[in-house]
Write a protein that binds this ligand. Structure first.
Ligand code: ADP
Length: 217
């Protein structure tokens, strides 16, 4: 399975991609997670990306394409992958088509959630500074201020502050939303209602994938 997930910030891409990747036993490749790991480790990429991310802007295409090209050629990606956060521009989509020319995409999922709902979700999102696990601020599991998985501290991401969120949503509309039409034109797009519980959304995701698989047979 080779697929990507589109959707606004806070639409649930990371959660759904993570669950699906586990079920399909393929890597969940999140460019945002990769960049945040680089920031934590203080690598040259991380130092370059931090300011851009905090402002809610996009890291340049040529940087992102190089990172993803390398990652898709690692051995664990040979059986398939789920991309989350890439491509984010038409230029990145064109580069991805070249990178994957021999093994094209199977499907593109779009998680559809309106702006007012994602703004509310992001305002209560907390991300562990140790392992990157995402929680909701009212989650009892982090009531003591500690991540139960790694002992790190769940915090609000710098780019989840309201000013940066407004900027990221505007960039999504201008740069990333055109990919919906791009992939619809290629017959790859499946729009999925992203409202409801994570289980409800995951059931919809599985139904769509089952349906596409059975149509192909
Ligand atoms: P979100 O989808 O909530 O914006 P991500 O974790 O996917 O969060 O990305 C966080 C930030 O990382 C983005 O705002 C952007 O600065 C940078 N980033 C991630 N993926 C890409 C990409 N494909 N192209 C450019 N910048 C990216």
């Amino acid at each position: 399975m080779r697929m990507l997930i589109l959707g606004r910030q806070g639409a649930g891409k990371g959660t759904q991609a993570g669950r699906l990747a586990e079920l399909a036993a393929v890597p969940h490749i999140s460019t945002g997670d990769m960049l945040r790991a680089a920031v934590r480790e203080g690598t040259p990429l991380g130092q370059r990306a931090k300011q851009i991310m905090d402002a809610g802007d996009l890291v340049p295409d040529e940087v992102m394409v190089g990172i993803v090209d390398d990652r898709l050629h690692e051995p664990d990606a040979a059986r398939g992958w789920i991309l989350d956060g890439f491509p984010r521009t038409v230029g990145q989509a064109e580069a991805l088509a070249e990178i994957t020319a021999a093994t094209p995409l199977d499907v593109v999922l779009e998680l559809v959630v309106p702006n007012d709902v994602v703004i509310e979700r992001i305002s209560i999102r907390r991300t562990c500074d140790g392992c990157g696990t995402v929680y909701s601020a009212d989650d009892a599991a982090i009531a003591d201020g500690t991540c139960p998985k790694c002992g790190g501290t769940p915090r609000q991401r710098d780019d989840d502050r309201p000013e940066a969120v407004a900027r990221r949503l505007a960039v999504y509309e201008s740069d990333t939303a055109p990919l919906v039409d791009h992939y619809a034109g290629l017959g790859l797009l499946e729009a999925i209602d992203g409202l409801g519980t994570t289980d409800e959304v995951f059931d919809r995701v599985l139904a769509v994938i089952d349906d596409r698989t059975s149509r192909r047979i």
